[in-house]
Design a protein around this ligand. Structure first.
Ligand SMILES: Nc1ncnc2c1ncn2[C@@H]1O[C@H](COP(=O)(O)OP(=O)(O)OP(=O)(O)O)[C@@H](O)[C@H]1O
Length: 270
């Protein structure tokens, strides 16, 4: 279910024939996926279908058994060290709980990736970290706080600030709205949408959150049967004849998410 102009779009992540296996458990088998520049793609699938493993594989944190993963033209599985480093600075990862270093302040956490940049003046590094902290929607004083002093939502924003540290072209977000209240989740969605549109960021978003899919995702990729079963818009998903996909996009929670979206769009004209 490709969009009509998919062939004209720049592919920034290309996955072919991916196989991930742990012991006898095959998680992905012959998985293919293309991701386009500037899009927000939501990765959905039942529990254990390998959404996080896919994220980790693309980000070079998990070595697959077979297949190819190209990010921004670099073969990340076989790139020599320099090539891998080049690709690495072009993406940032935000894990579910922010995965911050507890012994460092938020600012110091955001500065960690920046320390890989040779010759960066410490004062400038600090100022850049403060910029990322405010881009992630945190108040100015958050930079001096330790992760334990922040709410869960603020920790996620701090994790996002760190993912943005090196001005990446792609960000990987693992269930960014999990554990947030509905208002906090909606705010986070809008933050991601704003960053993607203003910076041209490509966003790879693992989520279970139907509101997020409705609110900000340009495309959705469904993981099932060890591969990407289908990709397309939310509208496309409603027509997919597969038991899990049908239940997910037509179930009670899906209807509630549709109602939320309709309410957010305001009254329709007759
Ligand atoms: N390092 C690992 N070693 C062994 N098994 C693993 C490893 N990483 C993931 N798995 C297994 O791979 C499967 C897919 O895991 P993954 O975390 O990607 O699922 P998921 O789709 O993100 O699930 P959920 O929606 O519940 O978060 C699971 O059965 C998990 O136990």
């Amino acid at each position: 279910m490709n969009q009509p102009n998919d062939t004209d779009r720049e592919v920034v992540i290309s996955i072919r024939g991916l196989r991930n296996q742990f012991g006898s458990q095959v998680v992905h088998d012959n998985l293919d996926l293309d991701i386009y520049r500037g899009e927000i793609i939501g990765i959905v699938g039942g529990s254990g279908t390998g959404k996080s493993v896919l994220l980790r594989t693309i980000a070079g944190l998990n070595r697959p058994k077979a297949g190819s993963v190209e990010v921004l033209g670099i073969d990340v599985l076989n790139a020599h060290q320099d090539g891998r480093a080049d690709a690495g600075v072009n993406w940032g990862v935000m894990f579910q709980d922010g995965a911050l270093f507890s012994s460092l302040t938020v600012r110091e956490n955001v500065e960690v990736p920046m320390r890989t940049v040779d010759g960066l003046d410490p004062q400038l590094r600090r100022a850049l970290a403060d910029l990322k902290i405010s881009m992630a929607g945190l108040p100015y004083f958050a930079g001096d706080k330790y992760p334990s002093e922040l709410s869960g939502g603020m920790r996620k924003r701090a994790g996002l600030a760190r993912a943005l540290a090196l001005d990446p072209q792609i960000v990987f977000l693992d269930e960014p709205t999990a554990g947030l209240d509905p208002i906090g989740a909606a705010d986070f969605d809008q933050l991601i949408l704003g960053l993607s549109r203003s910076l041209g960021l490509t966003v790879f978003l693992v989520t279970h959150d139907l509101d997020t899919l409705h609110a900000i995702c340009d495309r959705i990729a469904v993981l099932a049967e060890k591969r990407v079963l289908v990709t397309g818009t939310m509208q496309d998903m409603l027509t997919v004849d597969h038991p899990w996909v049908h239940e997910y996009f037509h179930g009670v929670r899906a209807r509630a998410a549709l109602d939320t979206k309709a309410a957010a769009s305001g009254p329709t004209k007759d």
